[in-house]
Write a protein that binds this ligand. Structure first.
Ligand code: HPA
Length: 250
């Protein structure tokens, strides 16, 4: 069993865990993965924007990254997303567990089923995020001393710009709770390759129009990010492949 942490903005390493960097190539391009050592030899880490955050959301090679995790033997992924909070149930610097998404991205390579060799595939998205890992994350919140809020619908925008107030109002009317730039196509690419995927979002600001100007939280943000990763590592430890059923291809 190999599991993965897929880190977003601010998550550039695994706290206190020694890793070995591996540069890999696949049909879709290059990726960098970090293999855990010692007690963490079953954990792979990938930081989506690069260790020095040089890749913007619309330039991330999502397919190369997800294929690299698959090739490393990964069966289950926990991903993090920095987001803006649209609805009040998802406070800044507390964790939001994603359960659904609205995909407003465009111009990205968004499927492994564009090459005919793979055949025709339609991945089911009734439950995009693994229920078992999501519920474990909620259960473990108090142990890690952090608020964990269930049931968030993630709005994926193209970025790199932030939204306008009218766009946020629209997303809210459509049922969006948090907004970010990288959640799609990642979640369904992982599903297309048969991996279970759960996601924890960290609101770092109120979305556009909810305050005069967007203000990114500072304060104890590094501490919160570290807690988030530790919680996710615990989730992966305390669940198993047998517990989790990835979405199926129809
Ligand atoms: N919008 C989009 N992406 C984001 C935001 C936001 O307000 N905050 C962090 N990532």
């Amino acid at each position: 069993m190999t599991v993965a942490i897929l880190g977003g903005t601010g998550i550039y390493n695994l706290p206190g865990i020694e890793v070995e960097e591996k540069r890999v190539s696949n049909t879709y391009g290059d990726a960098v993965i970090y293999e855990g050592q010692g007690d963490y030899s079953d954990v792979v880490f990938l930081t989506r924007h690069g260790a020095d955050h040089t890749t913007p959301p619309h330039k991330v090679n999502y397919r190369a990254n997800i294929q690299a995790l698959k090739d490393a033997g990964v069966t289950r992924i926990m991903a993090t997303y920095a987001v803006g909070a649209i609805t009040s149930g998802y406070p800044v610097l507390e964790l939001a567990i994603l359960r659904d998404f609205l995909d407003f991205t465009s111009g990205r390579e968004f499927t492994f089923f564009s090459e005919i060799e793979r055949g025709i595939g339609h991945i089911e998205m009734s439950k995009p995020y693994c229920e078992v890992m999501s519920e474990k994350a909620i259960e473990l919140g108090p142990k890690h001393g952090i608020g964990v809020h269930d049931g968030a619908t993630y709005v994926a925008t193209n970025g790199p710009r932030f939204e306008s107030p009218a766009e946020i109002k629209m997303y809210q009317m459509l049922g969006g709770d948090v907004v970010g730039m990288t959640g799609c196509p990642e979640v369904y690419l992982a599903a297309e390759l048969g991996m279970s995927f759960a996601a924890v979002a960290l609101p770092i600001n109120l979305a556009a129009g909810l305050e005069e100007n967007i203000t990114i939280a500072t304060g104890n943000i590094d501490e919160v990010r570290e807690t988030m990763v530790r919680l996710m590592l615990d989730v992966l430890r305390e669940t198993s492949d047998e517990d989790c059923t990835p979405p199926v291809l129809l």
